[in-house]
Design a protein around this ligand. Structure first.
Ligand code: SAH
Ligand code: SF4
Ligand code: F3S
Length: 466
């Protein structure tokens, strides 16, 4: 058994990262068997699930869309907030029941929750019917673990491995139009509320040649859009010798000529002028930036360890707005950080009123065991936090609606990605600025970038016609 260990997960060893170039195992070990995968959390996890699917299909598994039809169920979990935990343990109750009916059913827990000692302890004491726990550092070992599974609960979690596995480009993705491309793993920022640096390990960048080869290959396969993924893409390359920085990588990706390039997430700290210039210079780098604010109060920002002040954030925001034409900016905000006062909260509202975001993901602070903020005493009652969230959301929604109204009767370019839930004669897609649009059109247009006239604008989506 390899159990997770937060102390060792926190360490940042100086040794350089090992790059392991390895083709995944291909055989018929599990042919005829079916797997169901459920994914929680961020894009990183969505992309990991694609990789896991690829590994499983290589050893004979076939994908199904319901746990009821499966021989193997994989939960790719998220640890960012307590409610992510609750969802997973809720679903486990259902799986326990299924396993009683079908004792051959295998259940795997992977993702960020697998890296938490408290979660693994809980599974060991109360959910022994689970077959395997695999951490975020070693999903590429999954075929091996499955082929050599012992009776009972198997635990394979590493806390400080930090290598980079290049499994090649032969990779079936969920979409054949848009693709996630990891450019780096882990995070070294250690914002005091956040568990990611512990669950994902140290910041480590893929080599630019591997990233560019992947993008070239996607372009050749007909992909229209790539999204470069990292917890903090500005830090790309800091750990590599003689390689590109993020601005240079972004430029090289744009130069491949793929039609749309996006990236998430960029931290307001160290968002360089060079990055802004490159984003402004290339038409195929989309004018959409997710710029997490977290709080508008300097005191809270300091306690959060965010490394910028509200003035610095404003300055950056203004610079991006003035240099990148028609840019849309969204954000993340946490309310109820330990001892956030009314004045702190008002400062956050002020920032939202200043930035008039295109959209914002808003959260109530959730203490994560092992992080510095979880040890801070907090006297603010839950009702106060809920009330703040509600007030914040009202303002956030007002601005997303206002920003969307500007699109009414305009014609914009939309990449159509799939059938819309709003009717059979409709597809959905995204504008360059990442606005969701339901488009009345011929369904055969899926996968194309088309000119769409916007006929209706709501808070969270637009309607239009080709
Ligand atoms: N790397 C990204 C964030 C990934 S987590 C970045 O730094 O921007 C996504 C969002 O979840 C964060 O931006 C933050 O707003 C929120 N979040 C993270 N930890 C949280 C916690 N303990 N409680 C509430 N929200 C949290
Ligand atoms: Fe978490 Fe901060 Fe890293 Fe984002 S930058 S993943 S919020 S520690
Ligand atoms: Fe969640 Fe892990 Fe992503 S904690 S947000 S799945 S990096």
């Amino acid at each position: 058994m390899n159990l997770p260990d937060m102390k060792s997960a926190k360490m940042r060893n100086k040794e350089s990262v090992e790059f392991i170039y390895e083709n995944p195992i291909v055989n018929n070990s599990f042919s005829g068997q079916k797997y169901y995968i459920r994914t929680y959390g961020c894009q990183m996890n969505v992309h990991d699930s694609e990789e896991i699917s690829c590994l499983l299909e290589n050893i004979g598994f076939e994908r199904v869309e319901s746990e009821v039809d499966a021989d193997l169920v994989i939960l790719n979990t998220c640890a960012i907030r307590e409610n992510a935990h609750d969802h997973v343990f809720g679903f486990l109750g259902r799986l326990k029941h299924l396993k009683k009916e079908n004792p051959n059913l295998k259940i795997i827990i992977c993702g960020c929750m697998a890296q938490e000692r408290s979660v693994v302890d809980e599974i060991m004491s109360r959910h022994k019917y689970i077959d395997l726990i695999v951490g975020t550092h070693n999903i590429h070992e999954l075929p091996n673990y499955l082929m050599n599974l012992n009776e009972g609960l198997n635990i394979e979690v590493k806390s400080n491995e930090n290598n980079i596995y290049e499994i090649g480009n032969n990779f079936r993705r969920d979409s054949n139009i848009t693709a996630w491309v990891n450019i780096m793993y882990g995070c070294d920022k250690f914002c005091t509320y956040c568990i990611v640096p512990y669950t994902r390990g140290k910041e480590r960048s893929r080599k630019s040649k591997d990233i560019l080869r992947e993008v070239e290959c996607l372009k050749a396969q007909g992909y229209k859009e790539v999204t470069l993924l990292g917890q903090n893409v500005n830090a790309y390359g800091n750990d590599l010798e003689d390689d590109l920085n993020f601005a240079e990588l972004l430029e090289s990706v744009a130069k491949t000529g793929i039609e749309r390039v996006r990236f998430v997430t960029s931290h307001p700290w160290n968002f360089t002028d060079e990055m802004i210039d490159i984003i402004a210079k290339y038409d195929n780098i989309m004018p959409y930036i997710h710029l997490p604010l977290q709080s508008g109060s300097d005191q809270i920002l300091k306690l959060m360890g965010r490394r910028y002040t509200r003035e610095e954030y404003k300055e950056l925001y203004d610079k991006i707005k003035s240099k990148v034409k028609n840019v849309a900016i969204t954000t993340d905000i946490i309310v109820g950080f330990p001892n956030e006062t009314d004045e702190d909260f008002e400062a956050t509202l002020e920032m939202v009123n200043y930035c008039k975001y295109d959209g914002a993901y808003t959260f109530i602070y959730s203490p994560r065991e092992g992080t510095p903020a979880a040890k801070m005493e907090d006297k603010i009652p839950r009702e106060v936090k809920e009330n703040r969230l509600q007030r914040l959301n009202e303002i956030v929604n007002k601005y997303s609606n206002m920003n969307n109204q500007k699109y009414l009767n305009k014609t914009v370019k939309v990449l159509l990605v799939g059938p819309s839930e709003k009717g059979e004669d409709k597809l959905y897609g995204y504008t360059e600025t990442m606005k969701l649009v339901n488009v009345k059109c011929d369904p055969s247009l899926v996968g194309n970038i088309v000119d769409v006239e916007i006929t209706d604008a709501k808070s969270f989506s637009l309607d239009g016609e080709v």
